[in-house]
Every structure is written in C-alpha cells, then in structure tokens.
Design a protein around this ligand. Structure first.
Ligand SMILES: Cc1cc2nc3c(=O)[nH]c(=O)nc-3n(C[C@H](O)[C@H](O)[C@H](O)COP(=O)(O)OP(=O)(O)OC[C@H]3O[C@@H](n4cnc5c(N)ncnc54)[C@H](O)[C@@H]3O)c2cc1C
Length: 425
C-alpha cells in the first residue's frame, strides 16, 4: 500500500524509495513506526550519537502524522485544571512547564534541517461559542502565562472578524506560539534529517512481534532487528504487535475535506490573518488555509475507527455552518485517518519491560506532544528519565466494557458531552 489519497499525499515533497527489511540487523535503538512519535524519538537519539533503525509498516508519515489538520497546538488534550485534579499539583505544574516545548522542537527541526513544509507561524486561534468557553479561554491564557507562554491574546467579539470571518463565535484566544504546517512534508523532512545523521528507515516492514526480554528484538516477515532498546510508536495502527497496549486505547477516526483553491479575497474573508482555528467544543471543528489557498476543514470522529463512505457528505454541512458563503464550493479531497484515544484523553507512555518503551494515545491532539514525548523517551533511553517518568507515572486506565462494549460506552460519553455543549452548559 502506498499513501492513502489526500491533499497531503498529492502535494508531498519527493522522498526516496526506502528498502524493506531483509535479514537480521543490529543497532542501539530500534523504533517501531515512522510517525512523529517515532521520528522525534529516533532523531533525538541520532543527535545524541546512537545508531537507530526505524521500522515502518507502510510509508514514512503514512498514519496520522501525514494526514492530520496540520495545526501546531500547544498544551494537551486536557486542560491544566483537569490534569491537576487528576494527577496533583506537582505533575500539573511539570506538564505545564513542558507544554510549549513540542512546538519549539518542530520549529527547531524546520530551521535546523531546512524542512520545506509550508510552516505558517501566524499562530493558532481557539474559537469560543459562548461565555463559558470564553471563561475557559481566559483561564487558559492565565495558566499558560504561568507556564511561560505570554504570547496569547483574548480576542473579543468586536475584533473577531480580523481573525475568523464567521458569525458563529463570540470571541477567542490567539496563541502566537502556535501555527500550521504541511504535516506529511514535516514527517518526510524529519525522516531525511534522521538519515543525514546515519539513521536508517525501512518501509513496508511491519513488526509482527516483539521480544521484550533483556536482548529485545523486533521481528518482521522477512527480517529482524536486535537492539539494546526498542521504542514502540505504532499508535492507532499498532494492531496486535503489542498486545499489552490493546485495552489502553481505542482507534478512532476523524475526517478532513479540502476545497479547490480559493481566490485571495475569498481566503482573506474566511481567515484574514491565515491563523489555524479550532473551536472549543468536545467534538471540535478545525480548519486552516493551505499554502495554495484551499480551506482544509476537519471535524467529527467515528468511534469504531472505520472510514465513513461519504466523508464529503458528513463534513460539508459542518463547513457551511461555519462559512455559509462557501455554498457550492468544490471539494477536491476527502480522507479519513485514525488516532489513538485514551480514556484519560492524555498521552500514554511507559515501559513494556526494562528494554522496551512505548508512546501512544495522542487522543487527537499530538502534533506537538509526540515531538515532546519523543525527546523525553530519548532522554530516558540515554539514562535521564526524570522528565520521562513524570508522564510515565500518570495513571492510564483500560477502557470499560471490554472489546465489545467499549465503542458504544465511549460514543455514549461523547454524546453526553456534545449534548451539554448544545445546551451551553
Ligand atoms: C484526521 C486527524 C487530524 C488531526 N489533526 C491534528 C492537528 O491538527 N493537530 C494536532 O496536534 N493533532 C492532530 N491530530 C493528531 C496527530 O496527527 C497525532 O497525534 C500524531 O500524528 C500521532 O503521531 P504518532 O507518531 O503517534 O502516530 P502515527 O502518525 O499514526 O504513526 C504511527 C506509525 O506507525 C506505523 N506502525 C503501526 N504499527 C506498526 C508495526 N507493527 N510495525 C511497523 N510500523 C507500524 C504506522 O504505519 C504509522 O505510520 C489529528 C489526527 C487525525 C487522525
């Protein structure tokens, strides 16, 4: 299988054909999965001088890292107060202080390795529908300032049209340390950076099983890699390769559509400052203007993780609700992709054994966090596990309902939160 059809696949930078793993190989660290989590881990390790091999089941950036909304969003899927209530003040503070590092890593990689991924540094905009969401954003602004991000601004209703040309919202928060990128080209650029440091990537090389013993080994159909450490970064697409992770996440799909190129005037009427936008709902809409002036619009989830047959039909009404002036606009691309949802909606990292680490569970918000967690995992492998263990010690819970009932249970929970939002509570 090559890339799934998408706007990103059709506008990807040229990349080398990579080999399939054949025979038995040895290295310092073997990483499973060439998404952001795997590439960030591998690149940070290669920068420290380790010999790294990445094994990818499909193609580099084939998963969520090459098919997402491209939004560089700071922080986590859960807000500071939820994290503090759940894990305590010390953990919440430590996470807050690391909450802007993932975006900095992305910008560093783009600059250091000269990655052409249409990086748009204007910032990210969080749009509020009602007063209670505005209060939430005001609290976010105050908390983020305590964590070192003073580059945010509350935008009131009278200034809103400078940021979003939609009558739906009552205001928002601008984060100037956000931005957006062509996500597949970021992944391809990070892969090239890894290879420039001597790292190797094998594609079409699905790891079928992992020996998690003192001499760990990743085994594919045609070969194997033995290493001092293995890092599992297969996220929503890991399947049965790491059975220990199966009950800890649900593979959930989200969909994106992309319009035909708009005129400059049309694009400016929608998003005058070219910021990317996500709204504050539990099941949120997210959108931005691409480098060639298309509106790229995502929203909704399918809890069974399947691809809906009519993505355009599902998303167009949402798009038109935000921007009714786009009635009749041609949709050039529509695709679906899966992310790994945890019960806590926080990323989940840890060790399957003394030698095997894992990163997964971005919960739909992981462009920045996967980059951070890759760095922390590299630190831990190199013997500095202090920051890593703050995350690894956060309790993660299996989904209730077992394999049969966890999808309806989770959908029911989401319906409940969606209903609360519709009622404005
Ligand atoms: C539609 C959509 C839109 C999103 N939009 C945003 C956004 O705008 N901003 C944001 O912050 N987050 C967003 N996210 C989330 C973000 O994309 C993810 O958090 C992030 O890309 C996850 O990276 P990853 O490396 O963990 O997983 P992935 O990118 O999915 O990579 C996992 C890789 O592992 C490979 N793999 C799996 N199993 C094996 C195996 N056994 N052997 C070898 N290889 C294997 C897969 O083929 C895949 O390439 C979105 C997600 C989706 C689905």
């Amino acid at each position: 299988m090559s890339y799934i059809s998408s706007y990103y696949a059709s506008s990807a930078n040229a990349a080398p054909e990579r080999l399939v793993l054949e025979g038995d190989h040895h290295c310092d660290i073997c990483v499973i999965g060439a998404g952001y989590a795997g590439l960030s881990t591998a690149l940070h390790l290669a920068e420290k001088g380790y010999k790294v091999i990445v094994l990818e089941a499909e193609k580099t950036g084939w998963g969520a890292s090459g098919r997402n909304g491209g939004q560089i969003i700071n922080g986590y899927s859960r807000d500071y107060d939820t994290i503090r209530a759940r894990y305590g003040e010390d953990t919440a503070r430590a996470l807050l202080n690391m909450g802007f590092e993932g975006a900095d890593i992305i910008r560093d990689h783009i600059k250091k390795y000269n990655i052409n991924c249409n990086h748009s540094p204007e910032g990210s905009f969080f749009a509020a529908f009602n007063d209670s969401q505005m209060k939430f954003l005001e609290r976010r602004k105050a908390i983020w300032a305590e964590g070192g991000n003073n580059e945010t601004e509350i935008i009131s209703r009278d200034k809103l049209s400078d940021y979003v040309g939609s009558a739906l919202y009552c205001g928002g928060l601008l984060d100037k340390r956000g931005g957006h990128i062509h996500p597949l080209n970021l992944a391809l650029g990070e892969a090239a950076a890894l290879e420039s440091l001597g790292g190797k990537i094998f594609e079409k090389s699905r790891v079928l099983s992992i020996d998690t013993g003192t001499k760990p080994k990743a085994i594919t159909e045609r070969g194997s890699v033995s290493a001092a450490h293995i890092v599992v970064c297969g996220n929503a697409y890991i399947g049965n390769t790491a059975p220990q992770l199966q009950s800890r996440f649900m593979s959930v799909s989200s969909q994106i559509i992309t319009t035909a190129p708009l005129t400059d005037a049309q694009a400016s009427a929608l998003l005058p400052g070219r910021h990317c936008v996500e709204d504050c709902n539990f099941l949120l809409d997210y959108y931005r203007i691409t480098a060639d002036r298309r509106l790229l619009f995502g929203g909704g989830v399918v809890y069974s993780g399947t691809t809906p047959h009519d993505i355009e039909g599902r998303l167009s009404p949402k798009l038109l609700r935000v921007f009714p002036m786009l009635q009749g606009v041609k949709i050039d691309y529509a695709w679906s992709c899966n992310f790994a949802l945890t019960l806590t909606r926080m990323p989940h990292i840890g060790r399957l054994s003394d030698t095997v680490y894992f990163i997964h569970g971005d919960s739909g918000h992981g462009v920045t966090t996967t980059h951070l967690l890759g760095r922390l995992t590299a630190e831990a492998v190199a013997g500095q596990a202090e920051r890593y263990d703050i995350f690894a010690n956060m309790k993660n819970y299996p989904f209730p309902g077992g394999r049969v009932f966890r999808i309806p249970f989770t959908a029911l929970g989401a319906w409940y939160y969606g209903l609360r939002e519709k009622m404005g509570i």
